[in-house]
Design a protein around this ligand. Structure first.
Ligand code: MTE
Length: 314
């Protein structure tokens, strides 16, 4: 355990050196059960070596959810509709080797091995609020790096205005893809300035472990001021384009899910309110908490939408 912390926090510090005592003991409690999650095959691949991460200035102070909660209450329709389906069926997904095709308006298009894309990149631990459109939320300590790091490596051309993402399509390992539940592969997109914002990360792990499979191994997007469905999992393609990309939920139900999908307590989903949320792990009778505009990240991102009517661009 100590070696893992020394490794994770870089420079030989133990976690007690950099974390207040209460948080330290709290985290140790939270980490209990990580072995069980690994044993269940949910964390996988030869890349299961411990990751080295540095704490991020962008982290929230909220107490993170446990690894057990984070890996057993998921939306990952490639493995089924139920929140527990990914923990039951994602273990069979092969995540190594993994490559990502990067194409469109970039200087260096190509199919890159994940290891090459992340070589020399410093991973930060970013504890983010994560808010689902279904009005539940979690606090997740992601390990990741900014999407802008990757985009700068491949060189974005000046004509590009949007970034489109696609998930792996492999029905042999993804039972949900054997039905036409959604129009596969899962697709998402961001405006280029959203993609370049320092809050937008590609996450490759949680709690210093490689990304658990139910959460989108081996690499997924995390956009903390938007509803969870924008944070596409198990990415195999990134395309720079000048047209607003198709997105899975917008194609499925355009009246319910727009392209922007910023967390907004003032614009309700047509079938339910977005004004409050239920923190997973708080118990069935826990008080709902008011949802914050942009999920609480307004200082960092409100300027991206200046002058836009967010009722129209939901
Ligand atoms: N990515 C893919 N490929 N398939 C999915 O079904 N679900 C989205 C998003 N990314 C989804 C996906 C939704 S609806 C949410 S709320 C988040 O993943 C859930 O992320 P989590 O399970 O890690 O909490």
């Amino acid at each position: 355990m100590t070696r893992r912390f020394a490794n994770r926090w870089n420079g030989g510090l133990t976690e007690a050196d950099v974390t207040p005592k209460e948080t330290f003991f709290n985290r140790r409690q939270i980490m209990t059960g990580a072995g069980a999650v690994a044993a269940a095959g949910l964390i996988g691949g030869p890349a299961a070596a411990k990751l080295t991460t540095v704490p991020s200035k962008y982290s929230t102070k909220d107490t993170p959810n446990t690894l057990d909660q984070i890996t057993h209450y998921n939306n990952f329709y490639e493995f089924g509709l139920d929140k527990t389906d990914p923990s039951k069926y994602a273990g069979q997904l092969t995540v190594s080797p993994w490559s990502i095709k990067i194409d469109g308006m970039v200087d260096k298009p190509g199919t890159y091995a994940l290891d090459d894309l992340t070589k020399g990149v410093t991973l930060e631990e970013r504890i983010y609020r994560f808010r689902c459109v279904e009005a539940w939320s979690m606090i997740i300590p992601w390990d990741g790096f900014t999407l802008s790091t990757l985009l700068n490596r491949v060189g974005v051309q000046s004509s590009a205005k949007y970034v489109a993402f696609r998930t792996l399509e492999r029905p042999s390992e993804m039972p949900g893809q054997r039905s036409n539940l959604l129009d596969w592969p899962y697709r998402e997109g961001l405006r280029l300035d959203e993609a370049m914002n320092p809050l937008t990360i590609l996450a490759t792990g949680i709690y210093g472990e490689p990304m658990p499979k139910p959460d989108g191994a081996p690499i997924r997007l995390v956009v903390p001021w938007k509803y969870g469905f924008k944070s596409i999992k198990s990415i195999v393609q990134i395309t720079l384009t000048d047209k607003q990309p198709e997105t899975t939920w917008n194609m499925q139900a355009p009246g319910e899910y727009g392209f922007y999908s910023n967390v907004n307590p003032h614009v309700d989903h047509p079938r339910w309110s977005q004004a409050s949320e239920r923190r997973i792990g708080g118990g069935l009778f826990a008080k709902r908490i008011p949802t914050q505009m942009f999920n609480g990240y307004g200082d960092e991102v409100a300027s991206l939408y200046k002058g836009m009517d967010l009722r129209k661009f939901y």
